[in-house]
Design a protein around this ligand. Sequence first.
Ligand SMILES: Nc1ncnc2c1ncn2[C@@H]1O[C@H](COP(=O)(O)OP(=O)(O)OP(=O)(O)O)[C@@H](O)[C@H]1O
Ligand SMILES: O=C(O)C1=C[C@@H](O)[C@@H](O)[C@H](O)C1
Ligand SMILES: [Mg+2]
Length: 182
Amino acid sequence: MINRDMDIREKSIVLIGFMGVGKTTVGQLLAQKLNRSLVDIDQVIENDFGMPTTEIFNKYGESTFRKYEKETVISYCKQKWKIISVGGGAFLNEEVRKACLSNCLVVYLDIPWEEWKKRLHMLIDSRPVLQGRTLDEIRKLFDERQKIYATHHLKVTIDAKSAAEVADDIVDCLQSAWKIHP
Ligand SMILES: Nc1ncnc2c1ncn2[C@@H]1O[C@H](COP(=O)(O)OP(=O)(O)OP(=O)(O)O)[C@@H](O)[C@H]1O
Ligand SMILES: O=C(O)C1=C[C@@H](O)[C@@H](O)[C@H](O)C1
Ligand SMILES: [Mg+2]
């Protein structure tokens, strides 16, 4: 359901999906295509703490990260005209989900497990949530996380597409939504 209190084109676009699906990479391309600025929430948090996410988890704990993540997303999603890529776990929080869904257009980047598995080697060192887990445990997390992404406005399936192709698909999807809800 799209909240039509403001012009739909003004709304910021929030990218959600499992870690490594490409929210940051695709977000950069989408921002260029739509001439908007990108707010990468993980990047904002890392800049504010002056350290990588893994270090924030190790030094302050996941709950400190999650609290800061919640406040950061809620604050940015009130702004218009942005592309906001949120961390893969941000939608665990109900207030975050509600704030994004009511203020922004939420686009879910959906990736099949077999495709995602190919990226694991690129993610394991930088994503604390994956560290120390077996492949079976990661698969379980992947399946569990699908529930939190179930509420969104638009969905784009990733498959074996390049990041540029995914960005093009999102633009097509947005253009249809902008036409249907002028
Ligand atoms: N469509 C794609 N095809 C192949 N590789 C990709 C694609 N999109 C992103 N990647 C690669 O996958 C890795 C993870 O991408 P990215 O950091 O953008 O994911 P993310 O969704 O932002 O993850 P997180 O939720 O952890 O922030 C990067 O190495 C990136 O280059
Ligand atoms: O899926 C997650 O829980 C996370 C994803 C990353 O984007 C970071 O926000 C952090 O590593 C946690
Ligand atoms: Mg990212």
